[in-house]
Write a protein that binds this ligand. Structure first.
Ligand code: GFB
Length: 334
């Protein structure tokens, strides 16, 4: 396996044909914002209604007619700990289908480079911390999201196999837990940071006495703002080549209890915090070793508190305030 290296021969041109699969999801929408802000003329996007990525013939037809040069594969079925354990079949089926169709069509369509988005849950449940890229496939996975993780591992291995057999340039990145504008704030399906923003904002508005946080509060998680993630994706697309996967994170984690305290503080909620240990904790710790990407020249920039403040504002303006407050955002997309 080619472990990967820095390259400078892959700069995206303003008129490059860049396809963002999943442009309505958390990561895809951040990528689109980023590329449009930089004056890229032709980001190619399709809504789910226009192109169903789980249907092979549709995906092949799309690649034949649109001929993208670069692909950000940010389309996926995603969700938090409860969604993963409630819909395991949907998570493994939809992700295998989407990524298989897009990766294969990208090869057949002569795509110059594809970036596949994995997840930090590909690493073993009891992985040494911080988790290094070489820890992949060294131990059993966390049961609450094993089907999703297995699909993502299949995507990584598919990229590697296509590179080896067909000489493609497909690269896989492993983001830590992401958050930011455009996140899913549905209490059953979301990830923890979005859920807690909603719970604390709504509790403050309702004058509630306390907020309930799932689990014991002791698991440790790392959080990366999605605009940093989009920046890292563009950096990797332009500057990295090889089969070796790359972790993307901040390199810093905190307990769920600490996160709840921080969000309570940002929101200005004066009530208490209760924990519900009947809800699952999931993996005890998920902290990425980000030294590999740092050695290539990329580091996260958005401080957590600042990112949470901006996401609270986005939530109040877009989800929590209106009559449809708390609407479920699309689950497919990032
Ligand atoms: O973000 P989260 O749903 O997913 O939960 P994972 C992280 C931690 O926050 C768990 C706790 O220990 C939850 O019990 N938590 C506390 C809450 N309150 C809440 C709440 O109101 N909502 C949620 N959702 N959690 C996911 C995987 O794991 O991470 C996916 O299931 C993916 O496959 C994603 O990898 C990045 O971090 O445990």
């Amino acid at each position: 396996m080619d472990p990967g290296r820095l390259c400078h021969n892959n700069m995206l041109e303003k008129d490059s044909r860049i396809y963002i699969a999943g442009h309505r999801g958390l990561v895809g929408s951040a990528l689109l914002r980023r590329l449009e802000a930089e004056g890229f003329e032709r980001p190619i996007t399709r809504t789910h209604g226009e192109l169903d990525l789980s249907r092979q013939a549709e995906v092949e037809g799309f690649f034949e007619s649109e001929r993208p040069d670069y692909v950000f594969l940010a389309a996926a079925r995603v969700g938090g700990i409860l969604a993963n354990s409630t819909y395991p079949a949907d998570f493994i089926r939809d992700n295998l289908r989407i990524q298989t169709n897009v990766i294969d069509a990208a090869y057949r369509g002569g795509v110059k480079k594809l970036l596949f988005l994995g997840s930090s849950c590909i690493y073993p449940r009891d992985c040494p911390q911080p988790m290094k890229e070489e820890h992949l496939l060294t131990g059993p996975l966390e049961p609450t999201n094993e089907p999703y993780a297995v699909a993502k591992i299949a995507g990584i291995k598919m990229c590697e196999a296509y590179n080896r057999q067909y000489g493609t340039r497909f690269v896989s990145v492993m983001p830590t837990n992401l958050y930011g504008p455009g996140d899913n704030f549905d209490l059953e399906h979301s990830h923890v940071l979005a859920a807690l923003i909603r719970k604390f904002c709504d509790a403050k508005a309702a004058g509630a006495g306390s907020v309930t946080v799932w689990g014991t509060g002791s698991p440790r998680r790392e959080f990366l703002h999605v605009d940093d993630m989009a920046d890292a994706c563009v950096f990797v697309m332009e500057h990295y080549e090889g089969d070796g996967i790359l972790n993307i994170g901040t390199g810093k984690d905190m307990t769920i209890q600490e996160l709840a305290g921080l969000i309570r503080d940002v929101v200005g909620f004066k009530g208490g915090i209760r924990f519900d240990p009947a809800r699952p904790d999931g993996t005890p710790q998920k902290l990425l070793d980000v030294s590999r990407l740092a050695s290539l020249g990329w580091k996260s920039r958005i401080p957590l508190r600042e990112g949470i403040e901006a996401t609270c504002t986005w939530y109040r303006d877009n989800v929590g305030a209106g009559p449809g407050g708390g609407v479920s955002m699309p689950r497919e997309g990032s």
